[in-house]
Design a binder for this molecule. Structure first.
Ligand SMILES: CC(C)(COP(=O)(O)OP(=O)(O)OC[C@H]1O[C@@H](n2cnc3c(N)ncnc32)[C@H](O)[C@@H]1OP(=O)(O)O)[C@@H](O)C(=O)NCCC(=O)NCCS
Length: 194
């Protein structure tokens, strides 16, 4: 059973278990710097994601909110995506990290969050999506294959970062996933709330 972070209206955080899952669909928001701590706690509680510093998450919220998503249900963080436009290739959105609460996985939230990013005005010129994936992460591979299918385009795999590039022994290699080209789907304002 996994834990997920609950935030009350005063920003206090506790955790909830799978059994407390509500059927209300999550709402999607653009993250801000002030969401960095909640995402740091979510990642800490999930245990399955590589945890970056709270400061890194605050910076991502401050600088990449237009291309990132935070999903909340009843005020709880239940998912997030950090993504950005590759600086010298603005037609490519790179998904740095994505996570969905254990209790919400397999219900389309990961796919919905990625589609939401592609629908944002900031992605109006985006024709490719990239990410790196460890070969053993079947859920992540299935997620990106689904995006390629949904956009009616191809997914190419190539070497990303070799295991020898990482300082910690035993780190898996990261394969580069590249999806596209596809037609931009950006709408007037995307579907997420401020
Ligand atoms: C990867 C992850 C974000 C997927 O989110 P999700 O909300 O469960 O994904 P979805 O429900 O949108 O499913 C997308 C596709 O993946 C498939 N899928 C989901 N979980 C799967 C699993 N464990 N094994 C195989 N396929 C899986 C779904 O069936 C769906 O396939 P379809 O498009 O053919 O129907 C989620 O599993 C997660 O948070 N994992 C831990 C963190 C992680 O590994 N992040 C990626 C590295 S940063």
């Amino acid at each position: 059973m996994s834990n997920i972070t609950i935030e009350d209206s005063n920003g206090r955080c506790t955790t909830a278990t799978d059994g407390e899952r509500s059927e209300l669909p999550p709402s999607l928001f653009r993250p801000h710097a002030s969401d960095g701590s909640a995402i740091w706690r979510f990642v800490s509680d999930a245990g399955t994601l590589e945890r970056n510093s709270a400061y890194a998450y605050m910076l991502l919220g401050a600088h990449f909110g237009e291309t990132s998503v935070i999903a909340r249900r009843n005020g709880r963080v239940v998912g997030f995506v950090w993504a950005y436009l590759v600086p010298d290739r603005p037609n490519t959105v790179f998904v740095w990290q994505i996570g969905v609460a254990g209790s919400c996985r397999g219900h389309g939230l990961g796919s919905t969050m990625l589609q939401e990013i592609l629908s944002r005005p900031a992605c109006r010129e985006v024709a490719f999506m990239e990410a790196t994936v460890t070969p053993s992460n079947h859920a992540s591979m299935a997620l990106f294959r689904g995006v390629a299918r949904n956009r009616n385009t191809t997914l190419d795999l190539s070497s990303g970062f070799d295991c020898s590039a990482f300082p910690d022994p035993g780190h898996e290699a990261e394969m580069l996933v590249r999806i596209g080209p596809f037609s931009p789907i950006a709408q007037a304002g995307g579907n997420s709330k401020e």
